[in-house]
Design a protein around this ligand. Structure first.
Ligand code: ZN
Length: 155
């Protein structure tokens, strides 16, 4: 797995109470080795509240990512998870996702773990439903002792 970060200034990392090394450790712990094969995680830390993410299960190249302007991406084709995290999320943080689940995250790292786990589900199960991805991710991060609660609220 290769991790690339955008917007991870020392000040932003300090505000979120994390570090590049801790972010890397979260990704490594959460993604199982099969899903981590040929994987690039592109993490954007952006002003605002909330989060979004997406997964490219088809292989892409460095040239496909921001017209090849992201430095140090692998030379070989890779699969890609993109994650945008708001730098103003107030942790402990509660929020809804796009699929009608209510979530509670203790820290930024707990939140990131959930999002990474969700997207990694799609890598090994490209046709898997969002409900399945959320349920898988919740189990995965709770098994790893991350402070995450999630429940489908039926909307
Ligand atoms: Zn999903």
């Amino acid at each position: 797995m290769h991790l690339s970060m955008q917007g991870a200034t020392p000040q932003t990392l300090a505000t979120l109470g994390t570090s590049e090394a801790e972010i890397r450790a979260v990704c490594t712990r959460v993604v199982d080795p099969e899903a981590a094969r040929d994987l690039v995680v592109l993490l954007y830390l952006r002003a605002g509240v909330g989060w979004s993410a997406g997964c490219h299960t088809d292989y892409v190249t460095a040239q496909d990512v921001h017209n090849g302007t992201v430095k140090n991406l692998p030379k070989q084709p890779f699969r890609l998870i993109r994650i945008a995290m708001g730098t103003e999320n107030p942790y402990p943080f509660k929020g809804h996702d796009a699929y009608g689940w209510r979530w509670a995250f203790g820290t930024f790292e707990d939140h990131l773990a959930q999002v990474v786990a969700h997207e990694s589900y799609h890598l090994t199960r490209p046709a898997g439903p969002e409900e399945g991805a959320n349920a898988f991710a919740l189990q995965r991060v709770q098994d790893l002792d991350f402070d995450v609660e999630g429940v489908p609220d039926g909307r």
